[in-house]
Ligand binder design. Structure first.
Ligand code: ZN
Length: 117
């Protein structure tokens, strides 16, 4: 259940940003989450609703976009993207090597947010 700690830090950033910009209300938050993150969208929204109750961000809608994970091949240094471990094989797209390392894919960040000023 690490959605709670992730959502908590997202909420803190959103609230701080809204207050600093003298917003009246946060309408929506655009989040980007790595394709291989196990964070569940519905839990993030659920926790956000709990945390934001009675604050400037109450009722804000989270728009979650999954961004592909990026891997690098240790043999030929080629970078390639993966959106799912289930439907895609974890092998280099340029050579047949399986000696690959994840560069990104589990991170999350706030892309932008909409607020009423
Ligand atoms: Zn390769």
């Amino acid at each position: 259940m690490h959605e709670l700690s992730v959502t908590s830090s997202i909420f803190e950033i959103v609230e701080k940003h809204a207050v600093n910009n003298h917003a009246k209300r946060v309408v929506a938050v655009n989040l980007e989450i790595g394709a291989l993150s196990d964070l569940k969208n519905e839990w993030i929204q659920r926790y956000f609703d709990l945390l934001s109750a009675g604050t400037i961000a109450q009722g804000a809608r989270l728009m979650i976009t999954r961004v592909p994970a990026v891997f690098r091949c240790n043999q030929c240094q080629q970078l390639f993207e993966i959106t799912s471990f289930i439907t895609e094989e974890l092998v280099c797209r340029q050579c047949p090597s399986e000696d690959v390392v994840m560069i990104s894919g589990k991170e999350y960040h706030i892309k932008d947010m909409e607020a009423e000023i």
